[in-house]
Write a protein that binds this ligand. Sequence first.
Ligand code: ATP
Ligand code: MG
Length: 553
Amino acid sequence: MSEQQQAAPKNFIRQIIDADLASGKHTHIRTRFPPEPNGFLHIGHAKSIVLNFGIGEDYHGATNLRFDDTNPAKEEEAFVEAIKEDVRWLGYRWDELRFASDYFEQLYGYAVELIEKGLAYVCDLSPEQVREYRGTLTEPGRESPYRNRGVEENLDLFARMRAGEFEDGSRTLRAKIDMASPNMNMRDPALYRIRHGLVHHQTGDAWCIYPMYDFTHPISDAIEGITHSLCTLEFEDHRPLYDWVLDHISIGCHPQQIEFARLNLEYTVMSKRKLTQLVSEGHVSGWDDPRMPTIAGLRRRGYTPASIRSFCNAIGVTRSDSTVEMGVLENAIRSDLDASAPRRMAVLRPLRLVISNYPEGQVEKLQGPNHPKDAAMGSRELLFTREIYIDREDFREEANKKYKRLVLGKEVRLRNAYVIRADEVIRDAAGEITEIRCTYDPETLGRNPEGRKVRGVIHWVPAEQGIPVQVRLYDRLFRVPAPGREGDFLDDLNPDSLSILEEAVVEPSLRDVAPGERFQFEREGYFCRDPEDAADGRPVFNQIVSLRDSWGG
Ligand code: ATP
Ligand code: MG
């Protein structure tokens, strides 16, 4: 695994595993990451991936990637491929690639075993009736009138369910547990339902009955020899059913389900239903829109796999739900890129500057270090010319001493180049400043000027050789920390989450940047070349993160 990654902290799950190894309960650890292929992975899934695969690696065990694909209505092959790509990109290799649908025949066999033991029955109640019979948290449920069907009849009906003789919703296979259990999940939960007319991405039309999650999951875990089945806290109430299923079939393996708190992040949403809606209704450009909390979005935005892994390790694994500030994720990428991203100059809102005493037509080759604190990263060539661009924000006609940039009549240093003085402002008919005339001091290359102090340093690019690009700046996708807390989450979308700068110009060394390459644009932030160009063919650079936390952190 990664270069600079610190060891994952010892969380309560790793303590359980340590104890299981010490006691001899297990000698080899096996975990799994079990996504449902009904959407793209998001940063919350990354927490589960880092936890499961991290344990597999650190304990020299193994981790399976298993698609939990028992609901073909919402699942697609395209999501399977996207999920595999994301897991690989995060830096992990699965031991085995599995699909819960690989086990449909075995699952059917275990269902038959439960029927034969008198522990499952075919129920003819409609979905509404099942709900009615289930009772409430304060009232016990009522037993289904079909609960005491004989084994032979149940076997026959279940076989005919499989054969396609019954309509959707007309029958279910249910476990016979306890309709009075205080745990609603134990009140004769459904094990199978009928779904006709669906084409499953793995099994095609071979099946018209599909096993429920609570039946499929423990058996899939056991078939694969998973030792520790890690899931989020909302499954705590399902654990008795997980154990019940394994206790009553002849499978000979009983993984331990352990729950942990899911990741919640401020200013975004993570439910797949909501993410799907953002995509399908066009609120974002796609699953990989750089504002999305998806792994594909974060990748396109310019996040590194190492930064996501270190974020997941930093937030830790506990059993108490909490919401993490977006700043924690941003700090993870900032500190990664501060160390690793080469420095470049990019002018986002250009203002032309003409150096009157610099020879016309002269192109001077200067050097700029790639990293101020890491000489090993080398340097790149800069082209200095009579006409350059600086940022509009870096010039004022008048300013007090706190403004350490260019002021009319005063001096400033151009980064990696000379000290200049602003002499004159040129305006267009509308009064807008279009150009600044300056003079430069030829004695100040790599040297302080004699007898005076120049405090400010600003960045620049050569006007002719600079490369026009499109720059996209991002703000949070939502305006509030908990979108949808009051009303529709779409009402909380931030209308200004994307700003497109069409005038930006970058230094000539950025001519042939590959998609995905990351840089610090000095004084502006960290940026990454987008895989797609602008409509007119200009390269696009996405802002990954600002240089500092501007949200008052
Ligand atoms: P959703 O409810 O949005 O559809 P899900 O939890 O059903 O998401 P799955 O594809 O079933 O999505 O999740 C695969 C694994 O990732 C599960 O083990 C799940 O517990 C874990 N997971 C999903 N979301 C989070 C999260 N926010 N934090 C930590 N783990 C998560
Ligand atoms: Mg799920």
